[in-house]
Design a protein around this ligand. Structure first.
Ligand SMILES: Nc1ncnc2c1ncn2[C@@H]1O[C@H](COP(=O)(O)OP(=O)(O)OP(=O)(O)O)[C@@H](O)[C@H]1O
Ligand SMILES: Cc1cn([C@H]2C[C@H](O)[C@@H](COP(=O)(O)O)O2)c(=O)[nH]c1=O
Length: 216
């Protein structure tokens, strides 16, 4: 496909959304290609409706496999509505979370199993993996403390899970990063926000020097 697909991953409170908002204009000034920023779960009208159901704090009785299937369904629709059209038009697609989130949160955190969650997601993504994934490395303690400090009253159903759940998510991410050294690059997300943005920018520009080459 003519475009490039970059996903951003990390535990809750890793700082992806904050960094992406600053990264977008820095990347845009280095390329003539249009850059599209989206997120999961969500990113398209149907997927945003599914997001509301998944993250609703009142949905306490949601079964773990139902949750995994809903994330995969939201992903499929996002892929069809946004990601594939963007890539087919030769643009740069940035997604705040993609399939690795399901492997880490549902496979590891919920203990459904990485193989099982991988299989339902293989059906959803049909081979469309990101060209590059940037992993924001932050411990669950630091990430959750950031969220509690700034948005405690607005925490969603997943963020409100026990620390054991978040520790399993973190461990699972570590395994995913180790298993995919070519696709996934980890950056230290416990640094100051501007340094995190600089590190992400360096990884992207080094990986795609022919695309982000304006102003050199
Ligand atoms: N490098 C940083 N150092 C300290 N605080 C940060 C940093 N980056 C972001 N924050 C703060 O941490 C909180 C979470 O940041 P943000 O929403 O960007 O994370 P996220 O990775 O998108 O989280 P989630 O996936 O849980 O939504 C925000 O209050 C933000 O201001
Ligand atoms: C894509 C995806 C996400 N999650 C979790 C991770 C977060 O706790 C929420 C999403 O909220 P964010 O503020 O937009 O990061 O959902 C998950 O468990 N599985 C997934 O596939």
């Amino acid at each position: 496909m003519p475009g490039i697909f970059i996903s951003f991953e990390g535990p809750d409170g890793a700082g992806k959304t904050t960094a992406l908002n600053k990264l977008m204009p820095l990347l845009q000034e280095r390329t003539n290609k249009e850059i599209v920023l989206s997120r999961e779960p969500g990113g398209s009208p149907i997927s945003e409706k599914i997001r509301k159901i998944i993250l609703d704090i009142h949905d306490q009785e949601m079964d773990d496999r139902t949750e995994a299937l809903l994330y995969a369904a939201a992903r499929r629709q996002h892929l069809i509505d946004v990601i594939l059209p963007t890539l087919n038009e030769g643009k740069v697609m940035l997604s705040d979370r993609f399939v690795d989130s399901s492997i880490a949160y549902q496979g590891g955190g919920r203990q459904i199993g990485t193989k099982e969650v991988g299989e339902i997601n293989d059906f959803a993504i049909d081979g469309h993996l990101p060209d590059l994934t940037i992993y924001f490395d932050v411990t669950p303690e630091v990430g959750l403390a950031r969220i509690k400090k700034d948005h405690e009253g607005a925490m969603d159903r997943l963020e409100k899970e026990a620390i054991d759940f978040h520790n399993r998510v973190y461990d699972s991410y570590m395994d995913i990063v180790k298993a995919n050294p070519d696709r996934i690059k980890a950056i230290n997300a416990q640094q100051a926000p501007d340094q995190v943005v600089q590190d992400a920018l360096t990884v992207i520009v080094n990986r795609f020097p022919n695309i982000f080459n304006k102003g050199e």
